[in-house]
Design a protein around this ligand. Sequence first.
Ligand SMILES: [Mg+2]
Length: 364
Amino acid sequence: MKITEVKLGILSVPLRVPFKTALRSVNSVEDIIVEIHTDTGQIGYGEAPPTGAVTGETQYSIIGAFKDHIIKTIVGRDVDDFENLMKDLNSCIVKNTSAKAACDMALWDLYGQLHKIPVHKLMGGSRKKIITDITISVNDPEEMARDAIDAVKRKYDTLKVKVGIDPSLDVKRLEAIRKAVGPDVRIRIDANQAWKPKEAVRILDSMQEKLLDIELVEQPVKAHDYEGLKYVTDHSIVPVLADESVFSPEDAMTILNMKAADLINIKLMKCGGLYNALKITSMAELCGVECMIGCMLEAKISVNAAVHLACAKQIITKIDLDGPVLCSEDPIEGGAVFDEKEVTVTDDFGLGIKSVKGIKYLDL
Ligand SMILES: [Mg+2]
């Protein structure tokens, strides 16, 4: 199976409601779609969301990474030369992790199709179904409590609550939500780097004193502040999950060596795809550190790839793959089935994406 052509396009999917975090506010998913065509007629699909606030990548930078580096690295190559393809993809340009992730998943898709096996099984997996949380955007406490009640009515049992805009309100936000949903719903919070280390410990202490029962806190401090992250991990009773602090497998190794976090959040768009994500899961497994699998604002093509990984690796115990359910429509046929919190992987070969409606193809 030889790679003959790479096509890029843009897919726009409106969100049900605007998505707001301490870093940004967004109304629709506007992702780059990658199709890798082959001489057998089979197509591998990938997707990259331009998440400038987190990865530094834009639509233009993702397109540029493909045009100037990735396409010339892979066209004409044999899909079965998989490990060399992965190594060359990762070395043809530094950073640009979302562009690499989109190419990586399209190659896994083709490799699975070539060998007639679903990617989750190729990775040795045995799970078929995972349960995701859903994100509550940061707003006034009352509005967040209403959104939380809506989510619980939709049968979600775990809420991921965004905090960090005006930290003085964060305890009030959580009080309003806990009061609205009762004691049985799991609440995890994501500060998206908004707090200082001591401030984080103080806010978390005060949340637990008020019996808000926070399951974990995601990225309380700045991404580069590993010492600050470790300070929060050492001083707070709420488990700390590193998100923006861990992009690459090398970052994961540093965090694990320092014991700077209790958990690691893996996102394909941060680490550059499944090939690197597997390195992080292996290290985390050795260290006994559980992982979350997360996503950016993504449609189903790339989240589906993350579902395959999650179904394959038991060290991934927490699932934050709500991208597709935040979208108001699903233009993608095939791939995992998203039924609110329940996400079920399919046994189609590769990653199982059949077609995508509404791609605006780009002239390269
Ligand atoms: Mg996060």
